[in-house]
Design a protein. Structure first.
Length: 340
């Protein structure tokens, strides 16, 4: 049984400790934080972000980066809503199939630009971020869609409990989040494809020499994130019971900060799902706590920006140390690899 339990890394341990301290502090300073209603609401709201985080982790492990996934989810929402209404409303199975397909296609666009045209991933996804959002706003005029199929807007409650301050509910997005996280765990930890993604992120040239199909890995990583974005878009529409063009705008930085805070390296080759979930939990709890304490939301944006800046600085320092060690190793060895 013990071998199936996750082994906590140093990052995961200190994240758990910080989360515990913040939870204790907020429980003492507020009356509503440590209530079942608030905790369940926090879980329901965070489900979409965790789905995003699972997909983004795959891309980061593969050595890439993507900031267009939240906008892609908004595009999928509109494509999904209009397509479903044309086919008479559909059902959950058809909705999930369409969401995954639309999302994967948008992810494939990023993969094609990055791999075939040799463009840096951050540049490509900045471009597609603006392209997707601009096309969405131009095509829709920024108008929200409220007429959705009945099955999409009918709340699916998995668990509910009446408390003194209201009903505490766990809804469908939480179950879908659990399935996506499990599927991502299988990909990264139990399939050979996952090991190839880690290898490519750690050393692309070395992975190519080992016979790994680098192009296929690019498509796998970005299409996986695209599929996760599509599912997240469907769950957001179900949760909000409407489709709003800018509802997910800005989530990309929040999720990116959480995943790198959880130990994913921006240079690729490292990261865990548990770390990503803990990083997202820390950010979500911090945001919730600031709201309950009446602190300006701009403080939260500053925290997110600081996390990203620190993560970039630490990744750059780590890569610099690795490059320096490689340079010294090459300087001390001959052409046959024998130490001088």
């Amino acid at each position: 049984m013990r071998k199936y339990l996750p082994r906590l890394t140093g990052t995961e341990l200190w994240l758990s400790a910080v989360i515990a301290l913040i939870v204790v502090g907020l429980s003492v300073t507020t009356d509503t934080f440590f209530t079942l209603v608030n905790l369940f609401d926090l879980l329901n709201y965070s489900a979409v972000n965790i789905i995003f985080a699972a997909g983004l982790l795959v891309v980061l492990i593969a050595g890439g980066i993507d900031i267009s996934f939240a906008v892609a989810a908004s595009v999928v929402q509109y494509l999904l809503a209009t397509t479903l209404m044309q086919f008479g409303g559909g059902n959950w199975a058809f909705g999930f199939a369409l969401a995954i397909s639309f999302g994967a296609m948008l992810g494939a666009i990023n993969a094609a630009m990055i791999y075939h045209f040799r463009i840096i991933s951050i540049v490509v996804t900045i471009a597609t971020f603006n392209l997707f959002f601009g096309l969405l706003m131009f095509a829709t005029g920024g108008v929200s869609i409220y007429l959705l199929p009945d099955w999409m807007v009918d709340r699916v409650v998995l668990f509910e409990h009446e408390t003194a301050i209201g009903w505490a509910e766990i809804t469908l997005p939480v179950a879908v989040m659990a399935v996506v996280v499990f599927a991502t765990w299988l990909l990264l930890r139990r399939l050979n494809l996952g090991r190839q993604l880690f290898a490519m992120g750690d050393n692309t040239e070395g992975a190519r020499r080992l016979g790994i199909n680098i192009g296929a890995m690019h498509y796998l990583a970005y299409c996986w994130l695209g599929a996760c974005a599509g599912i997240a878009g469907l769950m957001q529409a179900h949760y909000a019971q409407e489709v709003v063009p800018n509802a997910l705008y800005g989530r990309e930085l929040e999720v990116l900060a959480a995943v790198v805070l959880g130990g994913a390296r921006l240079g690729g080759g490292r990261g865990t799902l548990l770390g990503a979930v803990l990083g997202l939990a820390l950010i979500a709890i911090t945001q919730n706590g600031l709201n309950l304490l009446g602190i300006s939301p701009y403080a939260f944006r500053m925290i997110v920006g600081a996390i990203i800046l620190i993560a970039i600085a630490m990744s750059a320092e780590t890569l610099g140390l690795v490059n320096e060690k490689l340079r010294r190793f090459k300087a001390n060895t001959g052409p046959t690899g024998v130490t001088r």
